[in-house]
Design a protein around this ligand. Structure first.
Ligand SMILES: NC(=O)c1ccc[n+]([C@@H]2O[C@H](COP(=O)([O-])OP(=O)(O)OC[C@H]3O[C@@H](n4cnc5c(N)ncnc54)[C@H](OP(=O)(O)O)[C@@H]3O)[C@@H](O)[C@H]2O)c1
Length: 295
């Protein structure tokens, strides 16, 4: 298939492109700058200039493709409303451009569907704690219009060497503070997946997932935040200690809303449907091996 990938130059996108190419697809990466274009070309994909904020460029790119993997996202947490609206319009535009051809439309969600309980692929995200939940429904609506939409839900950390996401930030916070902290008693859990395992779920979903499938790209169901802090402390020779609930926000900043949440999730249905088994290092193994030394 001819697959357009938005966010092809990003962390997960740059690992997904090689998986799609290896599966035999023709891959077109959307680039909004020369630097992104070079990165995508370096991955062996075709480059198409475009911007998530330029809907005509999305329409044109998806219009002559068989499917779309929509990984692009504006991660400016200071203006989440703008990022959400950009994402909503992008999904609408991409879905419309694919109408009637039966091809895949992959959009992204989070696994924190039912905080405090092990969430599964069949759970419906509660819009209250999950502002992007409606975007999965938006994509699923295109199933009635000749598209094969699916949501790939990622855990809070899609880790690996070169990751500049949440775990890199946790490492920086720990180094700056002089200790590796965990919220409260540290029993709240984060699921996790290595970026190469995550990329494989996306590529397998493109080939195998039926319309309206939610996939959970996670290898570990729930690592306690205390265990994560201990791994950071061990690697960077820092003491490890609890951060009192009233200090969590001041200590972790905007990351507090994620790191203080209990978000266990399972991926049993995804493994069964796709025949997928993660085989990359765990989060603690990555930390111990120095994958975040450059954070
Ligand atoms: N990484 C994680 O741990 C994690 C966890 C849960 C969910 N997710 C979700 O997974 C998806 C991919 O995440 P990621 O970690 O790969 O993100 P990332 O590394 O921040 O990459 C974002 C990508 O989006 C592109 N992009 C941003 N704004 C754009 C715009 N206006 N026009 C065109 N392209 C634009 C970026 O292009 P440039 O190269 O030009 O900047 C980049 O390719 C996102 O939806 C993210 O929210 C990620």
């Amino acid at each position: 298939m001819r697959i357009v990938v938005t966010g092809a130059s990003g962390w997960i996108g740059s690992h997904t492109v090689p998986e799609l190419l290896a599966a035999g697809h023709e891959v077109i990466g959307l680039a909004r700058s020369d630097a992104s274009a070079d990165r995508i070309a370096g991955l062996g994909a075709e480059v198409r200039r475009g911007d998530l904020e330029d809907l005509a460029s999305l329409r044109a790119a998806a219009g002559d493709a068989d499917g779309v993997v929509h990984l692009g996202y504006d991660h400016d947490f200071s203006d989440m409303a703008h990022a959400l609206e950009t994402d909503r319009l992008a999904i609408s535009t991409l879905g419309e451009a694919l109408e009637g051809r039966g091809g895949p439309l992959v959009v992204i969600g989070g696994t924190g569907v039912r905080p405090g309980q092990v969430s599964t692929e069949t759970d419906t995200p509660a819009p209250a704690g999950n502002p992007r939940a409606a975007h999965g429904d938006l994509a699923f609506g295109f199933a009635d219009r000749g598209v094969r939409p699916m949501v790939v839900r990622f855990p809070p950390t899609v880790h690996g060497r070169g990751d500049h996401g949440f775990v890199a930030r946790l490492v920086r916070i720990a180094r700056d503070a002089g200790f590796a902290g965990y919220p409260g008693d540290g029993t709240n859990r984060w699921p996790a997946v290595h970026v190469r395992d995550a990329a494989r779920v996306v590529a397998l979903g493109v080939d195998r997932a039926p319309a309206r499938t939610a996939l959970h790209a996670l290898a570990e169901e729930g690592i306690t935040t205390r265990r994560i802090a201990e791994a950071i402390g061990a690697r960077y020779d820092l003491p490890v200690r609890s951060v009192a609930p009233q200090d969590v926000e001041a200590h972790f900043g905007w990351l507090a809303m994620f790191f203080a949440a209990d978000l266990p999730a399972s991926s049993g249905l995804t493994r069964e449907l796709l025949g997928w088994a993660p085989d990359q290092p765990t989060l603690v193994e990555d930390l111990a091996a120095g994958a975040y030394d450059g954070a």
